[in-house]
Design a protein. Structure first.
Length: 603
């Protein structure tokens, strides 16, 4: 199928049928042989994940990005993502054979494989699972570099100009009889990773390989070049030409937004950076279900997809969870994983860029969804590694608190999030402390300040009267209740507590101070809102207090914007808290004011 119809006859359906019959014969023969000699499938393991790299190879992913060629290139990369999930992290015992097809399985639609480009009889044609030869070729090159013994390898019958086939460093595969197999005298580990632009293969082992790899001989006959790409050869009369396949119409890809709980600031940012044809994945249609926490506002030209059933199931499960503790946190992580998996199964192979809510990020990284794509992150909390560090610091200072050490995410999830954040592009957040943590990579946007209103029946300013202080959360260790109770002990100040969860310990910090349960209607009647938290990701009530002219005392970790009514403490410290509370007697109340603009583009 060259661009010149006189250079080669078009393939006929009879020739294709004959080719198919031949392959069936070879496939049956290999299947019969494997009944007695079939290699084992090797499981994932972690014993060699820190072992030295013996051999590696890599190649670019996006080699064809014109509108006509992009769809099949995107399909090829999707097939590589699926294959990488099956191969990454397996460990092969010493002397055992690794078989490409035995490990991977057949490239069926049910396994997630799509239409990519395959070199067949001199033409690059659409085929399900097409493009895996790029992976098998890299496996072959890495095995040679590592010194593995090549048991079976087949070269392409034709070459693509500029490819590894011209250098005799390729390895073609075709289910199931054209396989790639190798082994080593020592145990070894395989890693297959995709970043935004590159496919990389690494082989690790705790012991060096002394044997010299035996490379199978390539055919001595010259291998002619491939004659054309089905999407650009212009031979539309050929029965293989995909011009009638609407899913492979010319395109240049789109972005997808993987979203969970709505933040108005992030909703505004996403809407301002969406393009026509982008896909928005949200848990629910918040407008239809009247759920403000899911009321995202995709632009009219976007394609909306909702995970309604998983979200309703998550909501029902959360109602049965305790208000606090390890059981609840573990269940929330499982729910994040389920939502990420739901989105992953519905993303189009033609998606080139992702905008991801942070709670979904480590799960998408583990699924391989982010491979071969660029992505930005909507940052809504501390990274798990930093969150653990902060909670550990607080736990050392308050060892009697049962909530500061009751839960930690597993090491694999922490590592996955760390790796994903390192590969991310923009890190978007209105949280000043989170933006400071990420430095020049952060894109700091404005908090949405509530509209100022009349403060209501605020108590008179009397320097001799006790203060009414509003705690806008549950009195837990991570919110600084132990430090706050120590600062208030021995005073007549009254603490109004909004949340219901408790430390649930014999030494309840609330027992030593004056306190009462509170509702939101109590906020305007208080002298100040106080939030001495070790961890606070979404300080909405503190923003409301500032907008209403109510002073706020908070730690820097709350991420609040600059404001004349805000007093920021470096950490939850009883002495600093007592001084800040005492200063409320000497400072005059101020009228409602707006925050200083925080918006900044990334450096």
């Amino acid at each position: 199928m060259s661009s010149d119809p006189n250079t080669r006859e078009l393939p006929s359906r009879f020739e294709a049928l004959l080719f198919g019959l031949k392959t069936r014969v070879f496939q049956c023969r290999r299947a019969a042989w494997d009944l007695r000699h079939r290699p084992a499938r090797h499981p994932r393991a972690q014993s060699l994940e820190d072992a030295p790299v013996l051999g590696s190879a890599e190649s670019p992913l996006w080699t064809q990005t014109t509108p006509a060629e992009f769809p099949l290139t995107a399909g090829k990369i999707e097939n590589l993502r699926v294959a990488a999930r099956a191969l990454d992290g397996i460990e092969v015992p010493a002397g055992r054979i690794f078989s490409f097809w035995r490990q991977l399985g057949r490239t069926t639609r049910s396994r997630g494989y799509t239409i990519g480009r395959e070199l067949r009889e001199g033409c690059l044609v659409p085929s399900r699972g097409g493009g895996l030869c790029q992976l098998s070729g890299l496996l072959y090159q890495a095995a040679l570099a590592a010194g593995l013994e090549i048991v079976e390898r087949h070269a392409h019958s034709r070459t693509i100009p500029g490819s590894d086939a011209e250098k005799d460093r390729d390895a073609t595969v075709f289910w199931n009889y054209v396989d790639l197999r190798f082994r080593a005298p020592v145990a070894w580990r395989l890693e297959v990773r995709l970043d935004a632009t590159t496919l990389a293969v690494r082989m690790r082992s705790g012991s060096p390989i002394d044997v010299v790899s035996r490379k199978t001989e390539a055919t001595e006959l010259p291998r002619p070049p491939a004659t054309g790409d089905c999407l650009t050869c212009n031979q539309t009369e050929c029965f293989r030409h995909p011009s009638a396949i609407t899913s492979h119409a010319p395109a240049l890809g789109h972005s997808a937004f993987f979203l969970d709980a709505r933040w108005p600031e992030l909703d505004r940012w996403c809407a301002g950076h969406a393009r026509e044809g982008d896909h928005w994945f949200t848990p629910l249609d918040g407008h239809k279900w009247r759920k403000p926490n899911y009321r995202w506002n995709p632009p009219g030209h976007a394609v909306a997809c909702h995970a309604t059933i998983p979200t309703l199931r998550r909501s029902i499960q959360q109602r049965r969870l305790p208000a606090q503790g390890a059981i609840r946190q573990a269940a929330l992580l499982r729910a994040d994983a389920d939502l990420a998996s739901y989105y992953d199964h519905r993303i189009s192979p033609q998606c080139r860029h992702l905008v991801v809510s942070q709670n979904l990020l480590p799960h998408l990284w583990q699924l391989g969804t982010l491979g071969g794509r660029t992505f930005d992150v909507l940052v809504t909390r501390w990274p798990l590694a930093e969150l653990h560090r902060r909670l550990d610091t607080a736990s050392r200072q308050q060892p009697d608190s049962p909530t500061l050490g009751d839960f930690r995410a597993d090491d694999e999830l922490v590592r996955s999030e760390t790796e994903a954040l390192e590969q991310a592009g923009r890190l978007i957040t209105p949280h000043r402390a989170l933006a400071s943590h990420f430095g020049h990579r952060a894109w700091l946007i404005d908090w949405d300040m509530p509209h100022p209103t009349t403060p209501g029946t605020r108590p008179p300013h009397d320097s001799s009267a006790p203060l009414r202080l509003f705690l806008p959360c549950s009195p837990l260790g991570r919110k600084g209740i132990h430090e706050l109770a120590a600062a208030l002990e021995g005073t007549d100040h009254e603490l109004l507590v909004l949340g219901r969860a408790r430390e649930d310990s014999a030494d309840d910090p609330l027992e030593s101070i004056r306190w009462h349960p509170a509702t939101l209607s109590d906020l305007p009647t208080c002298h100040a809102l106080i939030l001495p938290a070790w961890v606070e990701h979404q300080p909405r009530l503190a923003l409301r207090a500032l907008a209403h002219g109510i002073p706020v005392i908070a730690t820097s970790t709350c991420g609040l914007p600059q404001h004349p009514l805000l007093r920021t403490l470096p950490e939850p410290n009883p002495t600093l808290l007592a001084d800040a509370i005492q200063s409320l007697h000497t400072e005059s109340p101020a009228p409602p004011a707006t925050a200083t603009a925080d918006h900044a583009a990334p450096a």
